[in-house]
Design a protein around this ligand. Structure first.
Ligand code: KIV
Ligand code: ZN
Length: 385
């Protein structure tokens, strides 16, 4: 099994979700939970973006001692200096510099030639290296960049001292095969590539962020960036809980370990949802309300006989107490009987049959039959002589 570093950017890219604004205390609370979850590195924020973010990054850097803390900076000296002021108290201060490399970004956003972009990237990585031992450089919009140009700039920033090269799919445009091939190409065409580690950073615009991240790892990336619950710009980032659980569940196929304490996943997800106000959809993989809920009678019957019939992840693995059998119109007699027993009620076979009939009638009008509804039904059949 080879070790994959999990780089959490919930507090930076995740906070870039429209409408999300975390204060210092909230960021610190999430940072402590990320430390408990066991992420290798957390990106605490973008210190040059605001005084509030500077203070939050500093508080996290001064508090978190078991996880490396990093922060984002543009390739400008003042950003790097500000990041250093915020991070110098960290156990392992690290900086994350980024500069766009795609023709679209260089032409329209930066208005710089490729040579100017190389010069800026090299100079600023070298500048950051005077303060930080760990310097990550990101080729923003790497997935829409020219691979030959990327190989050229990567070689130069590694020579300038970059320790991690991140190749983001900034706009969630790539596909697993293409993204994997890009990492393979860099491995094969950048002469000094082994002096740095490769990182992937995927956005979810086409719903492929997790698959793309795994493809990158299969082609030489040793760090995966993402966020809890997949929050982030537009459609969000790769969902770290999905990445970690996918690698674990399919370890027969993927010989990688993330070191995450998977049983802390649900608690982390709930905390991030509560503090960001971004609640996850019910059918979200791993952490959604329905991820371990079964409604159809056939599924419920199967799960009651043996959970592995319809569950590939055990709820306990990710810190969820147990699965649930949803009481709705598709529920079957077997699950109903089990539910009644769970409520601590003993019914004769006849009463059970009667109660099941009433339950089925109710499901014609109600999507979910609650425990209170069931108690009412049971009282009705018990008083019925
Ligand atoms: O998506 C992206 O390109 C980023 C960079 C700042 C790494 O978030
Ligand atoms: Zn991003």
């Amino acid at each position: 099994m080879s070790q994959i570093r999990i780089f959490d950017t919930t507090l930076r890219d995740g906070e870039q979700s429209p409408g999300v604004n975390l204060n210092q205390l909230e960021k610190l609370e999430i940072a402590k939970q990320l430390e408990r979850l066991g992420v290798s590195r957390m990106e605490a924020g973008f210190p040059a973006s605001s005084k509030g973010d500077f203070n939050a990054v500093k508080a996290i850097a001064d508090t978190i001692k078991n996880t490396s803390v990093t922060a984002l900076a543009r390739t400008v000296k003042s950003d790097i200096d500000t990041a250093w002021d915020a991070l110098k108290g960290a156990a392992e201060p690290s900086i994350h510099l980024f500069l766009a490399t795609s023709p679209i970004h260089m032409t329209y956003k930066l208005k710089q030639t490729p040579d100017q972009v190389i010069e800026t990237a090299v100079n600023m990585v070298a500048y950051a290296k005077q303060k930080f031992t760990h310097v990550q450089w990101s080729a923003e919009d790497a997935s829409r960049s020219d691979w030959e140009f990327l190989a050229q700039i990567i070689e130069k920033v590694i020579d300038a001292g970059a320790t991690v090269i991140n190749l983001p799919d900034t706009v969630g445009y790539t596909t697993p095969l293409e993204y994997g091939n890009m990492f393979k190409y860099m491995k094969e065409n950048v002469p000094n590539i082994n002096q740095a580690s490769l990182s992937c950073h995927c956005h979810n615009d086409l719903g492929m962020a997790v698959a793309n991240s795994i493809a990158a790892v299969q082609n030489g990336a040793t760090q995966i960036e993402g966020t809890i619950n997949g929050i982030g710009e537009r459609a969000g980032n790769a969902s770290l809980e999905e990445v970690a659980v996918a690698l674990k569940i399919r370890s027969d196929f993927y010989p990688y370990t993330t070191g995450l304490k998977l049983e802390e996943i649900k608690r982390t997800s709930d905390l991030v949802a509560k503090l960001t106000g971004m609640y996850v959809q019910a059918n979200k993989a791993v952490v959604g309300r329905n991820a371990f809920a079964h409604e159809s009678g056939i599924h419920q019957d199967g799960v009651l006989k043996n959970a592995s019939t319809y569950e590939i992840i055990t709820p306990e693995m990710v810190g969820v107490k147990s699965n649930t059998l949803f009481m709705g119109k598709h529920s079957g007699r077997h699950a109903f009987k089990d539910k009644v027993k769970d409520l601590g009620i003993d019914l004769t076979e006849d009463k059970l049959k009667e109660a099941f009939k009433l339950f089925k009638q109710l499901t014609d009008h109600k999507k979910e039959v609650t425990d209170d509804d069931l108690f009412t039904i049971i009282m009705e059949v018990q008083t019925d002589t």
